[in-house]
Design a protein around this ligand. Structure first.
Ligand code: HEC
Ligand code: HEC
Length: 296
């Protein structure tokens, strides 16, 4: 028993420094002669810092990188978030940690679109009593954080270096992807909301029409005044599967997603169409892939 306890302590000591990864306790300073809004290195340092905002260093969520970490910049988890609306009311909801790789495509920010800028989203996390519990943050620090986040994945060597290039698809797979593409841009209606170059029309709406995966557990846009009750931002689909899909991670696998939409939007898709759509979603949405399949 005692040996067990001892080895647990040893394991904890060995593991702790590793799990804190790139987190830094030394101070971050601006790069000389670089504007804060372009200071990616300052932003990266702040993103990993446990002290820059007077935050609770021993808290579970002391740094941005405690939640947005690794190559995907997401812990693939769901957290308590305290949302404030314009009249100062607050509500506590569970939201997934979005991957920040697609931040440049994903405004407005937060699943309910309550933040116009990355700066606003960062400030809220820093000062939140249920997240970082920081004391203060300057506009220059926020601009540098935004430069780093909006520059992802290129601003973070880890995000591209660890990406494993998938093998070239075989002809049968290419045909399935082609079917999926025509469903996405055609009778699947997907591109009416996941539209344009960002695969998002940047609106706040609902995809839960005839079927729900969250019921009334989160008022979304209705609480913060960006939309009707239980509406959410149409997210960009780039880097799909870098975080758990939907605002609360309520749908996870690609099969759950395509069967959900088929019923929720009453699409009446056939099995070959559903599986084609799954293949398109799997193969065509990660811009880190150097050779996109020709039928995407
Ligand atoms: C407790 C874990 C946690 C910490 C710490 C944290 N975040 Fe987040 N972040 C989240 C969650 C959860 C959301 C989703 C919030 C929502 O949907 O309302 C989010 C949302 C965001 C978004 C919006 C992304 C989008 O596409 O809508 C940005 C930008 C962001 N965080 C940046 C940061 C930065 C910068 C920091 C550090 C200053 C930080 N976060 C700290 C968990 C965290
Ligand atoms: C009426 C607008 C609308 C249509 C049509 C639509 N979506 Fe969505 N989609 C949304 C909204 C809103 C969300 C966010 C829901 C949430 O956060 O709970 C979403 C989320 C998603 C997500 C999760 C992304 C993430 O990062 O969490 C996937 C995947 C997705 N949609 C795929 C599709 C596919 C495939 C189709 C076509 C079959 C489709 N969507 C059609 C509005 C739409």
């Amino acid at each position: 028993m005692r040996l067990c306890y001892l080895s647990f302590l040893v394991a904890l000591l060995v593991l702790l420094p590793r799990s804190s990864g790139a987190e830094e306790t030394y101070s971050c300073s601006p790069t000389p002669n670089v504007l804060p809004s372009q200071d990616v290195d300052f932003g990266r340092c702040l993103f990993n810092s446990l002290t820059a905002f007077g935050q609770d260093t021993n808290g579970p969520f002391a740094a941005c990188s405690r939640c947005h970490y690794g190559s995907e910049k997401s812990d693939e988890g769901v957290h308590l978030v305290r949302v404030a609306n314009r009249s100062g009311k607050t509500t506590d909801v569970l939201r997934k940690t979005p991957s920040l790789l697609k931040a440049a495509h994903n405004a407005p920010f937060g699943a309910d679109g309550r933040f116009a800028t990355v700066q606003d989203a960062a400030k809220a996390a820093i000062l939140s009593p249920v997240e970082m519990r920081g004391k203060s943050v300057t506009p220059d620090q926020l601009d540098a954080l935004a430069a780093f986040v909006l520059g992802l994945p290129d601003s973070d060597p880890e995000s591209t270096a660890n990406f494993v290039q998938p093998p070239e698809p075989d002809p049968a797979t290419l045909t399935l992807i082609a079917t999926g593409r025509s469903v996405f841009f055609g009778k699947g209606l997907c591109s009416t909301c996941h539209a344009g170059a960002d695969l998002s029309n940047h609106k706040i709406t609902t995809n839960q029409v005839h079927l729900t995966f969250s019921a009334k557990t989160d008022a979304g846009g209705g609480f913060v005044g960006t939309g009707a009750a239980q509406t959410f931002k149409v997210p960009s689909l780039f880097y799909l599967f870098s975080d758990p899909p939907m605002h609360n991670g309520g749908l996870t696998t690609v099969a759950q997603i395509v069967f959900f939409y088929n019923e929720s939007l009453a699409l009446g898709l056939t099995y070959p169409e559903l599986s084609g759509l799954a293949f398109w979603l799997h193969n065509c949405l990660d811009p880190r892939r150097t050779a996109m399949p020709s039928t995407c």
